[in-house]
Design a protein around this ligand. Sequence first.
Ligand code: NI
Length: 169
Amino acid sequence: MILKIVKYPDPVLSRPGEPITEFNDELRKLVADMFETTYASQGIGLAAPQVGVSKRLTVVDLSVGKVPEDKLVLINPEIIFSDGKLYEEEGCLSFPDIREKVVRHAKVRIRAQDEKGKWFEMDGEDVLSRCFQHEIDHVDGMLFIFRMSALKRDLVQRKIRKLIREDKW
Ligand code: NI
């Protein structure tokens, strides 16, 4: 089922998600729906708060559904190591058509649980590293506009306010 993606400035996006403690069918259904929603929007990652669910869960798939092994489910994820710097353009499904450069770590190691509750660690570089950081920010209630310079953020927020006024957001 394709879920409705919540857009900024919905408050659910700024709220830290609750830890997940039950690894049941309801969770697996949410994960499946989140992948379907991500692919329908041609995205590479989606976090639960973006579908209005304030939980520490995100799905990532750099292949956008083309390579089954690229499907990653990160539950209660955290960054345990980071190194280097990247400054690349990023977008977010909760900010349609907005792309801006954001500073990120070039490499990260994350720790997360899978759909069955098993803990694992994984390294990410470049795009995967950025995606991990962007999505883990979401489960912490942090949005990419707050990683931009104050000047850029102000421009983006003004643009969004204008679009909201014109009923185009
Ligand atoms: Ni996002």
